[in-house]
Write a protein that binds this ligand. Structure first.
Ligand SMILES: [Mn+2]
Length: 478
C-alpha cells in the first residue's frame, strides 16, 4: 500500500477499517470551502465503498451541535474539518449515547483520546500550512480504497481523483505558502497531477484568471499593489491598450485563460516593467507569479476550472446556509445546483462590495497592536471575516498590525474575525491564540489559524475583548 502522506497512514487505515464495518455513517462537516470539500471527499469514498452516508453541516461544533448529532442515533459518526478541537465533548457524548466517533481534522486537538483520530498535528505535520481538513480526509479516502472489498475496482484510481477537491479545500483554507502548496498538500497535488485531475503551472498570481475580463482581473488584484494599475480602472485600460495586442474578442475583453502562453508572457513582462518603474520592491514583484492549480476535467473559463475560484464558489454557498448546493457541485452536479451556486456567488459579491464600502465609510479604530471595526448588523456575520481580509488588503490600510472585525450574530452573541499578514507571522503573530485567550477572558470561545482566526463572544464584551487581544498581541509581536 502506498499512502499519499506516510505519517498519516496508520491512523487513516485504522479509521478506514472501522468505517468499513459500519452499516451506515453520519457525516458531520464544517460549513466552509474546506469543510464542503472534506464532506464531498468522504461521502464519495463511502459511497464507492458501498456504505450509505447521510451528511450534516455545522458552522461550529459546539455542545448543542454535538448533542443534536448524538440524538440522531447513528452508531458511526465521521467528523471532518472539525472535531479535534471539541474532542473532549465529542467523546463524552459518544460514551453516553453509544456511538463511535471518527475524526479527520487539522485543527488543534483538545486533551482527549479516541481510537479513530486522523490529524496532521498529531503526526508532526503543520495543520495550518501543510494539510487542510480536505487533505486529511483525502488520506482517509485513499485508505478506504486501499482496504476495499473489491480490489479489482480501479475506476477511481484508489480515490486519487479526489485529490482535486483536496487542493480546492487547501486553497480555500489559505494554506499556500509564498504562492504555492507545500508539504503534505504538495504530495496530494502530485497524486492529483498523476491521476489527471490537476495541473499546476507558474502563472500570474491573481484571483479570477478563468472568469474575470482582463481589466477587472488587474484592477482588483491587490496582493501586489502596482501604482496606475491596482484599483485604477482607466489606468488598467490605458496599460492594456498600450500593449498593442488583440485583447478583445467581438468587442469584449478576453480573460487570462483565453490568452495564449506567449500573450500571457507579454502581459506579465509589461506588468513587471511597470512595477519596477513605479518602485515596487523586487521581493513584492516576485509575488506576481505563483503556482496556479487547474482542474483540467472542468470546462475552461468556468469558476470550477481554477482551484481558487472553485473555493470561492463553495464559500458563497456555505455562507448563505446552502451547504447542500456546494456539496452537490463538489460531487459533480453541473446542472441545477451549479446554477444556484453561481447565483449565490453573485449575491455574495454584491454583499462583499457593500461591506467593504461600509468599512471605508466608517473607518477602523487603531489600538497599540491592532485595529478594529464593529459592523453591528450592517455586515452579515458569515462574511465579516472576508470583508475584514479584503478591507485589510485595500489601498492605504495600515498592515503593520492585524485587523479585528466584529458583527452581530444571533443568540445575543457577537462574531469576531481576525486577519494578519505573512510579514506579521514572521514577527511571531499567532491569531489563533489571540482569539482563544481574548474570547475566553470575556466568556466566549475562539481559535483557528495563525494568520486568520475567529471567535464568538457575548454581546457587550467587545471593548474588553479588544483590550485583552491588544495585550496578547503586544507580547507576541517583536
Ligand atoms: Mn479547514
Amino acid at each position: 500500500m502506498d499512502a499519499p502522506i506516510p505519517a498519516l497512514a496508520r491512523p487513516a487505515r485504522a479509521a478506514a477499517r472501522r468505517l468499513r464495518e459500519a452499516d451506515e455513517v453520519l457525516l458531520a462537516s464544517h460549513i466552509d470551502a474546506d469543510g464542503l470539500t472534506s464532506a464531498a471527499i468522504a461521502a464519495t469514498a463511502l459511497e464507492r465503498a458501498g456504505i450509505p452516508v447521510a451528511t450534516t453541516f455545522e458552522k461550529q461544533l459546539d455542545e448543542e451541535a454535538i448533542a443534536a448529532i448524538a440524538a440522531t442515533d447513528y452508531e458511526t459518526v465521521l467528523f471532518t474539518d472539525f472535531g479535534s478541537g471539541q474532542l473532549d465533548v465529542v467523546t463524552e457524548y459518544a460514551e453516553r449515547k453509544g456511538f463511535t466517533p471518527i475524526v479527520a481534522d487539522h485543527h488543534q486537538p483538545t486533551d482527549a483520546e479516541t481510537a479513530y483520530h486522523v490529524n496532521p498535528l498529531l503526526e508532526g505535520i503543520d495543520g495550518g500550512s501543510e494539510l487542510s481538513g480536505a487533505g486529511t480526509t483525502y488520506a482517509l479516502a485513499r485508505a478506504l480504497a486501499d482496504c476495499g472489498r473489491d480490489p479489482e475496482d480501479h475506476a477511481a484510481d484508489g480515490n486519487r481523483d479526489l485529490a482535486a477537491l483536496a487542493v480546492v479545500g487547501a486553497v480555500g483554507d489559505m494554506q499556500t505558502v509564498d504562492g504555492e502548496l507545500v508539504g503534505a498538500n504538495a504530495a496530494i497535488t502530485d497524486e492529483g497531477v498523476a491521476a489527471g485531475v490537476l495541473d499546476t503551472t507558474k502563472d500570474l498570481a491573481m484571483y479570477g484568471t478563468q472568469t474575470r475580463p482582463l481589466p477587472k482581473l488587474l484592477e482588483y488584484a491587490n496582493d501586489v499593489r502596482i501604482p496606475g494599475i491596482t484599483n485604477d480602472r482607466s489606468g488598467v485600460v490605458r496599460f492594456l491598450d498600450g500593449l498593442d495586442m488583440e485583447l478583445k474578442a467581438d468587442g469584449e475583453w478576453r480573460t487570462w485563460a483565453d490568452l495564449t502562453h506567449d500573450e500571457r508572457r507579454t502581459v506579465v513582462s509589461a506588468l513587471v516593467r511597470r512595477a519596477v518603474r513605479n518602485g515596487v520592491p523586487a521581493g513584492r514583484i516576485d509575488d506576481l507569479i505563483g503556482t496556479s492549480y487547474t482542474l483540467p476535467r472542468e470546462a475552461p473559463g468556468t469558476v470550477l476550472r481554477d482551484a481558487s475560484e472553485f473555493s470561492t464558489l463553495l464559500n458563497a454557498t456555505a455562507r448563505y446556509d446552502r451547504a447542500d448546493v456546494g456539496l452537490a457541485v463538489c460531487q459533480g452536479d453541473r446542472g441545477e445546483a451549479f446554477q444556484e451556486a453561481k447565483r449565490l456567488l453573485r449575491t455574495h459579491r454584491r454583499n462583499l462590495s457593500e461591506g467593504i464600502e461600509w468599512v471605508a465609510d466608517h473607518g477602523v479604530t487603531r489600538e497599540d497592536n491592532c485595529q478594529w471595526f464593529h459592523a453591528g448588523e450592517e455586515i452579515r456575520e458569515t462574511i465579516v471575516g472576508i470583508v475584514a481580509g479584503m478591507a485589510y488588503g485595500a489601498n492605504g490600510v495600515d498592515r503593520s498590525v492585524p485587523m479585528i472585525a466584529f458583527a452581530d450574530a444571533d443568540k445575543g452573541e457577537t462574531k469576531v474575525s481576525a486577519r494578519g499578514t505573512s510579514a506579521l507571522l514572521r514577527r511571531g503573530l499567532d491569531l489563533s491564540t489571540v482569539m482563544q485567550e481574548a474570547s475566553r477572558a470575556v466568556g466566549g470561545d475562539g481559535g483557528g489559524h495563525t494568520i486568520a482566526a475567529g471567535a464568538t463572544v457575548p454581546r457587550g464584551t467587545e471593548t474588553a475583548f479588544v483590550e485583552v487581544a491588544d495585550d496578547v498581541l503586544g507580547e507576541q509581536l517583536d
